[in-house]
Design a protein around this ligand. Sequence first.
Ligand code: SF4
Length: 459
Amino acid sequence: MATHNDDSATEVVALVHLGCARNLIDSELILARLSDEGLQLSSDPKSAGTIVLNTCSFIGPAREESEAQIRHWLKRKQQGQIERLVVAGCLVQRYQRTLERRFPEVDLFAEISDGRILARSIRRLTAGERVPRYLASTGLREAARDGTRVLSTPRSYAYLRISHGCDHECSFCAIPAIRGTHRSKRPDDLLDEARELIAAGVKELVLVAEDSTAWGRDMGLELPHLVESMAELDGDQRLRVMYAYPNRFPWDLARLMREHPKVLPYLDIPVQHIATPVLRAMRRAGSGDQVRRTLDRILLEVPGITLRSTLLLGFPGETSADVEELAAFVKTYAIGRLGAFVYSPEEGTSGFALEDNVPAEEKERRLDQVLAARDEVLSRAQQARVGTEIEIVVDALELGRDPAVVGRAAFDAPEVDLAARVPGGKAAVGERLRVRVDAVNEDLDLVCSLVPPQARPAG
Ligand code: SF4
């Protein structure tokens, strides 16, 4: 363990990332700017003198985890195991200078930015210079192309942020207050970023934003235009769309998912709820039936598409009947790839004024009810794949006593969905493999075996 009088560690910086894929891109940008400043990066915080904590704060548990991490690293600083702590990201953007008062031992706070000024300040700090302790962001982050990044994901995939901010006013959500209103990044900039990622060997571009389906509307364009342009780029890339909003769906995207070999028939479309009274209280656009009609049409227009969604349980006024309707919705639309959370009142949101009238244990019971419906759907869907052949992209090689190749098919997004495992398989990260599904393991991952080249279907 480095101690603070170990000069070699002083210049070594490690970043601890918290939160979503969009925040991960910010972490990768900060790492690249730190490297530009000549600082040595380490993926092992134990060997670093400076820790950069890139925080998350979109709901209660995420905020609590960020604060617990701050306390953890301040204790390490007190014990002389690190020299300085820098806190950046959504928690700072949201709570700003109140954090300075709450955590006076933190060396530097930084609001959301492209990382350049932050990296320069850290270099100066490590050189013993005095720098302003609070870096405010200079207004809304410009929707310009992101600089180069230190990718933290395996070469099989990388996230690509296509816009910043959100114009929706969901009453439970603090993200617009943190990330601002919607600003699309320019198509040429995004194509440049995509080309760079493809040239770096990235096989899957995972498009992310607060609302991906709003991309281009502030410049007279629509998302399918961008997706098709990216799909047409030279290379073996695949495109995956995350964070779609169910209202005003850009239907040409369904055509691309159906017809274009590089656009995966997969859509992450957080609906948050399906009961109309709850959607109204959440200030979500569209009724439950409108959401159903959108999904019906997507399922019709893209045969075999995999839908992923996100649900919020326990919102003020939600009834048991609403949750019954939601659980039935999960089963009817076979949404096995599903993230669900319990509602926590968030300061600065319009919902904060509502009486939080669903007891905590009842929220958890409702969450369990919906997750049980999800697991039932997911288990059935995974079992139905046994005996079929699928193509996977390799994300990792597990060595040791039970070596295995770990990858994903088109129906699994990285980090949030499931995997396909090939015990004893040999392959490289980023390689595409044809495999046969032999079984489903206790984690509902697919257990597969390689399909010998000669047994592969022609063409
Ligand atoms: S669409 Fe709603 S939930 Fe999603 S980021 Fe925007 S305000 Fe938040």
